[in-house]
Design a protein around this ligand. Sequence first.
Ligand SMILES: *Cc1c(COP(=O)(O)O)cnc(C)c1O
Length: 383
Amino acid sequence: MSALFQNYARRPVHIVKGQGTIVTDATGKDYLDFISGIAVVSLGHAHPAIVEAIQKQSEKLWHVSNLFESPEQEQLAATLVKDTPFAHAFFCNSGAEANEAAIKLARKHTQKNVIITFEQSFHGRTFGAMSATGQDKVKQGFGPLLETFRTIPYNDKKQLEAAIDDDVAAIMLEAIQGEGGVHQLDPDFAQAITDICQAKGILLIVDEVQTGIGRTGTRYAFEQANLTPDIMTLAKGLGGGFPIGAMLGSSELFTSFGPGTHGTTFGGNPLAVAVAKTVTDIVFQEAFLQEVKEKSDYLMQKLQVALPKEQFTIRGSGLLLGIECPGDVVPLIQQAEKAGLLLVQAGGNVIRLLPPLTVTYEEMDQAIDILSSVLLAEQPVNA
Ligand SMILES: *Cc1c(COP(=O)(O)O)cnc(C)c1O
């Protein structure tokens, strides 16, 4: 009997070490890591700049609590909000926590309760974030949830218009639905959201926990959509593997999150902030982001050539790509793993590709070779 709760369906692979895109299991077998800890290890495993940041900061100071001022948090906040609609940041430890902060701030600021969210969305596992999530399998068995979320289909303008009334505080969405199956936001729908938010004074919350910090080839995915969010949440890639989350908000929201309104013990501790500073210093360079876009184009193009489009749909942005397959993807993911390529499923029959942003062209070639041999071998001839 395991000493662990069995709340994860764990794969029988014990990874003990990582370097760049490569991880090694306890038997010494190497894998190309095209999961990156689910879009977390954005600079690859054991990136020397992050190793150095942790070493240096760990010798100086790990934690003092938010009872004290923090020029380091100030500096990271300024970096994150630069040239965005946001003016302020709050630091926490995870994506769910960032979304809790966003939900609380939106309700407190507007003094309204309803938040519109979308089917297939994923916002986290805490009660508020779970209630916001548009997937029944995440919510089953936990009793009554927060009742004031209105969940409607993604990219459906009519249903959005129908869901708006005077009780709506905010619309909350992912710029690309990651867990839900790599679904992209229609430009038309983005425009409709922007118009409605403006006309009705409704806040827009963009959950960039998965898409943020360079993952889609820009600092944030909303920059590629016609969206002007009031609040944005970050986590996964922000710490490159070290836990840190953030909620950013516009200047109008400043007074609604005054002293005593919200907080966390660990959030924004010096170690996490030192790591996040290192990550953003690297990822936010224009040349780095440009390279992510070029790698994305390369990967997309190679996949489109390798996989017949009658059977496979490839979508996504940057290095958050999904391959929708005609059948169950679980056996395919298992076969890829045997062949040395780690992949993760997204909602439905979608294989998600989330390599480190530092992935090399050679590694992408190797991954495509494994992917095409596995995907093409598995497909029935006349599906
Ligand atoms: C992973 C994820 C979350 C939850 O983040 P945790 O750190 O696991 O709490 C929230 N929103 C999105 C879009 C995510 O991908």
